[in-house]
Design a protein around this ligand. Structure first.
Ligand code: COA
Length: 213
């Protein structure tokens, strides 16, 4: 009984949200729902697909810099955990059926810090690189994706910081994120990759090579 009532309540919340915000966003798919409290800046440039769900604490920011039009697009059927923060000053595209854990940060920009005579808070925000997160990805708890692309059905581990592109069907972990597994379509299975270890003086640098099996 409680389950049924909860379902009806959730459905009503979604319907109410959609009716209230459908003309406010650039696009809002049916069944999309952002749980309060949330903060949305630049909603005219934000598109959210059908049945996409944000847990409470979401902050979506979309605002251009240097006369650049910004765009933030999120696909259909995505689920975002608590306190996700997504910011676009250029272009951020999140595909369909993406799953994120809590406290995930996705951004195409960074604060300038070049001028040491000016507090960084007073220095401009600058575009770093377009962000694309492919369909079907899973982004772990506390991960940050900054100015980089993540391919289809890839996994970003908890606490990873992604600052360079990750291909399709890969598992990446750490700071900076490194690929530890890739799906080999010839072998039709996931293949482990050796990680690049921090350089130790006097030792030879390991390279990322597929483990011989
Ligand atoms: C990335 C992840 C999926 C890998 O899981 P897995 O495929 O089972 O990989 P393993 O546990 O076998 O780990 C493989 C290697 O990566 C390392 N590793 C795994 N996750 C890591 C992480 N988040 N950060 C750093 N290293 C990690 C392991 O220590 C191991 O290293 P080793 O080969 O040197 O021993 C998982 O560890 C992870 O981070 N999941 C996210 C969890 C989460 O946020 N859940 C929220 C619910 S939506």
């Amino acid at each position: 009984m409680i389950k049924v009532l909860n379902r009806i309540y959730q459905k009503c919340c979604r319907l109410f949200f959609w009716h209230t915000y459908k003309t406010v966003f650039r696009a809002l798919g049916r069944g999309a729902y952002i749980v309060r409290p949330f903060r949305i800046d630049g909603r005219n440039d934000i598109a959210i697909g059908e049945n996409t769900f944000f847990q409470r604490g979401a902050w979506l920011y979309c605002g251009g810099v240097n006369n650049r039009q910004a765009s933030l697009s999120v696909g259909d059927g995505c689920v975002f955990g608590y306190n996700n923060h997504i910011t676009a000053v250029g272009n951020v595209v999140i595909g369909n059926h993406v799953l994120t854990a809590n406290n995930v940060y996705i951004s195409d920009n960074t604060h300038s810090y070049e001028d040491i005579g000016t507090p960084i808070i007073n220095q401009p925000v600058q575009f770093k690189g377009a962000v694309e997160i492919g369909d079907g990805c899973w982004i772990g708890e506390n991960a940050c994706i900054i100015g980089a692309r993540v391919g289809k059905n890839s996994v970003i581990g908890a606490n990873a910081v992604v600052t360079s592109d990750i291909p399709d069907y890969a598992v990446a972990v750490g700071i900076p994120a490194q690929i530890i597994r890739r799906f080999d379509t010839n072998l039709n299975r996931w293949v482990p990759l050796k990680r690049l270890r921090p350089q130790v003086p006097g030792s030879s640098n390991e390279t990322r090579v597929a483990e011989q099996t």
